[in-house]
Design a protein around this ligand. Sequence first.
Ligand code: SAH
Ligand code: SF4
Length: 380
Amino acid sequence: MGAFFRVRRDGRGVTVGMQGMNTIIEKAIQTPYGLSHEELVALLALDETDELFQAAYQLKCRTIGKTVSLRGLVELGNQCAKNCYYCGIRRGNANVRRYRLEEDDVVRMARWCFDARYGSVVLQAGEIESEAHTAYIERILRRIRAFGGDAFGITLSLGEQTEEVYRRWREAGAHRYLLRIECSVPALYAKLHPADHSHARRVECIRTLKRLGYQTGSGVMSGLPGQTLDDLASDIEFYHAMDLDMIGMGPYLPHQETPLGRDIALTPEYAAAQLKIGLKMIAVTRLYLHDVNIAATTALQALDDRGREMGLLAGANVMMPNVTDVQYRKNYQLYENKPCLEEHSGQCRNCLNARVLSIGETINWGLRGDSKHYREQGNG
Ligand code: SAH
Ligand code: SF4
């Protein structure tokens, strides 16, 4: 193990010794939000990560326990009005076969999660703002709520909407909402999106969701072209500033049919680097925020068959297995190399259980798995 770590911020070089690194980790464990920006950067810059991951994992065991919560992911449609430069189902990609699941099918998939004792479901799709779409989601929520009751968690991940739409969906039974900020630094956000995509509106949406009483989640992609460790440290500070309950982050993965990904080859070296920064973001976020839910996302598994287990061992506590019927999955490729394209939900359940047990953790079967951060603020 190297004794020194070189950290560069704004072109300045800082060298932190091994001893210093242990002190920073110790301070993070003692005090939530206790690290300075430079200290966050120093942790993100670590090359030798064993101690960082172990510390984050120990902290997760202490604050949350040796358990993993599940959310079944239903990819209910790939129509999208947006054109994010990194995403495979962006409006401008003409090679995607567009679909939207029938209401009955979404309810059936959610029912499958309920019967499989997953404890909660996530409904995710491209971004559509229309009355027809709002009412479709509303009807689905009411029907899931009718069999699941309050004990079954329902999360939405349907992009930016008006306050009125968020309110209607909350009243129809949604508990949680995931809206990634993608990158918290406006200048980088502007490089990754067309000019009419607004960082400010996204932040405002997150505020609205919180005000409406949703358990609110956000997150970023790590390893984006042009992104610095400084940016990533700012992302973690953003999570705190927004007082988020849940974090869903993943490494950026190139898609050949997008402006951002068309020239990036997913070489073994690139994959290893993306996996590493993805895992470091989980660990440093856990060390900084302590009590939030953090997902070990599928993007990690796209880079390594054991990527999600690695995420859990770096401090994550949530997994989101795909429960969408297999025939639709190939049309919902945000990035290439998406795993489990052919594996049906039943196989997935067994595989997941074995994976979680293999690292000495157990699944919170049948529990909603609310964020401890949300509960401790007198909610839920
Ligand atoms: N349309 C909704 C939800 C679906 S997209 C929304 O954007 O909020 C869900 C997430 O997929 C996005 O938030 C983004 O972070 C992630 N994503 C999209 N393209 C990606 C890529 N190429 N690599 C990794 N993650 C990607
Ligand atoms: Fe649409 Fe979401 Fe993809 Fe952006 S990231 S293009 S909003 S599905």
